[in-house]
Design a protein around this ligand. Sequence first.
Ligand code: CDP
Ligand code: MG
Length: 832
Amino acid sequence: STQKEIIMSTETEKKLGTLLKTTQESGSSNASTSAFSDQQDRTATLGLKRPESTSKLLDSLEKESFNVALKERQEKLKGTESVKALQAFREKLPAFRMKEGFLNSVSENQVLVVSGETGCGKTTQLPQFILEEEIASLRGADCNIICTQPRRISAISVASRISAERGESIGESVGYQIRLESKRSDQTRLLFCTTGVLLRRLIEDPNLTNVSHLLVDEIHERGMNEDFLLIILRDLLPRRPDLRLILMSATINADMFSTYFGNAPTIHILGFTFPVAELFLEDVLEKSRYSIKSSDSGNYQGSSKGRRRDSESKKDDLTTVFEDVDINFHYKSYSSATRRSLEAWSGAQIDLDLVEATIEHICRREGDGAILVFLTGWDEISKLLEKMNGNILLGDSSKFLILPLHGSMPTVNQREIFDRPPPNKRKIVLATNIAESSITIDDVVYVVDCGKAKETSYDALNKVACLLPSWISKASAHQRRGRAGRVQAGVCYRLYPKVIYDAFPQYQLPEIIRTPLQELCLHIKSLQVGSIGSFLAKALQPPDALAVENAIELLKTIGALDEMEGLTPLGRHLCTLPVDPNIGKMLLIGTIFQCVNPALTIAAALAYRSPFVLPLSRKEEADDAKRSFAGDSCSDHIALLKAYEGYRDAKRCGNEKDFCWQNFLSPVTLRMMEDMRNQFLDLLSDIGFVDKSRPNAYNQYSNDMEMITAVLCAGLYPNVVQCKRRGKRTAFYTKELGKVDIHPGSVNARVNIFELPYLVYSEKVKTTSVYIRDSTNISDYALLMFGGNLIPSKTGEGIEMLGGYLHFSASKNVLELIQRFRGEVDKLLNRK
Ligand code: CDP
Ligand code: MG
């Protein structure tokens, strides 16, 4: 029998070898093109189909040898140099000391809550402990661990980190899957995915068949997806008694999650951090004054290349720096803030001059160590980058490594962020609150905290999303400070006064109660878990009833739900498209009206972001470039479309780089849009709306602007504003909200508003006032025909009634088209 075992195990070895090869192949095709180069990868990306579990492919005898082979391989890898080196690092992490206790609790309890300071090793170690243990106990074939991450970037970075710690390439036993790409294979036993990907999988696989362990990470952030997932999981656990659920959170509010899961046991990982001094604005300013005085000694040793030293002014460099910042101004606002209220300060922009000066101060006056700067968003990060690159001291690339870090950054040079910089080079990371807890940079010694984060909120009464930088919570402030004390004692510079800090709320509000809920509600319907209202009532903190009502009403208006809140055929199709329901509807209508290419492009831009960049210094030129794409269409959406088409043509000739540069476009965003278009096309083909082998059949009208704007109208309805005269004022009005403004960045911002009777828009946001961002001028007949539920399909009354009107005001072309496609639209609305 030993003989037989050996034979079996070599055969399994071979099988394992083949599996390994598959990974490498799919890995390399991934790198060169998008994620859809082969069937296996594509289905993985959609998150709808499960890869066949390896264990199913093997009979029980083979499975045994497979388990043995996995174990042998794991043992073998442990001996390699790179693994040994990282093992030493791993053993120093606080999580390592808890390994035994953790694994015991996992085997004894169905639900476990683990909390610990950020950086203690929860994300990289805990799932890995389970994986190692399962393989070592010869259960490798049947083990299938999933760990969710709120953000794409952390799913990738963690998966690659663990692969390195195990001495493997990414996509072997550890992989990841995010909306647009995946690296996984049949032998993947630990998969990192975004919470969104897991939620999609739950539609098809409500019992999470074959999943042995599920870890939900960063639950303390209270993201909408995570809160949503927890409701589903609480209902699922009794049906899957063998499933193990591990909730991972930073140190705050772990008890709340334990209570939610029937007092599940909690493990707390005691961390070690060094003390971090805390300076508030008043102290920072004190410190800077001190610097000016003490700078008389002139011990600054920085680069003197090109620096106007002494010749023009006898002033010391530092004095110049802090005069630029205008300390008086800050003192004034500080003292008035103490007199006035917190609100008076809330509107204030982050003062990038002060941020820059603080960074300079640290570089000149403080010891070595990386600086981590918390800003609110991409705008500020890029503004500050630009500023710092123009700064003679900081722009010195031989001395400073300045790195942006932002959640939706498509390509990050991962290692640069985590690795120690070369000697004599200081690392400065400009980040959003992503660096608060999901990404840990070890060597940070200085944190510069602006005290704000961009937060969405939802005004249910006015049905408008608000996106404003607002003060962070005390919990966030604590997290930010903690980032500075990981390798030695650190300093946290808070660029706001202590009185402001004292007024911070303890925790941030959960996202589920500050976001519009239509996508969530549609998702709930597709899970078939009963009524939306009663499902959401089970949440950790249920959303406002009015917000739920608004979402349901919108879904009814666009025809995704019927009067009884049941999913219509349209609603069912929308569930398969992982985008906002309005964008999904635009895609479906676009296929029917044979302009699928423009619909894909516009949907990709709306679902991701606009490819237009706004360079600060050349704003006028950038606006002109955008307007020239729009032509006389009065449409930001057409501008997006034309810009993309120009990029695609330029790419064919190989000069897309120049094209993007000349037209103020982001090549990175455009590439991402390309990937998204492919993914949307795959989804549309999966549900039978397009036949990819006959692209022309779906693009007969792709150059017909009238048709495209009509499709936009059909998709974006009821997002319509009307140009109206009220009293003396003529302005744009919505049904609910009254007056709105066109965003200054829109191509319609300078058009005479009388030429814009109706605009459809993709997003309306309340910042300083209510703005509609991207908008398109539509004709009133397009609105009549395509608004709401499209043409009344049963009686056809609508089209007859409008016929006469249309003959006068619409081009014949469109009328004919509408009549021709009526059958198709009926089918969409009735197709089961
Ligand atoms: O999840 P938690 O915040 O508890 O910690 P973690 O993400 O598991 O990180 C543990 C350690 O691994 C940190 O000290 C990180 O610096 C390091 N790490 C890394 O070097 N590279 C990564 N991609 C992720 C983590
Ligand atoms: Mg973590």
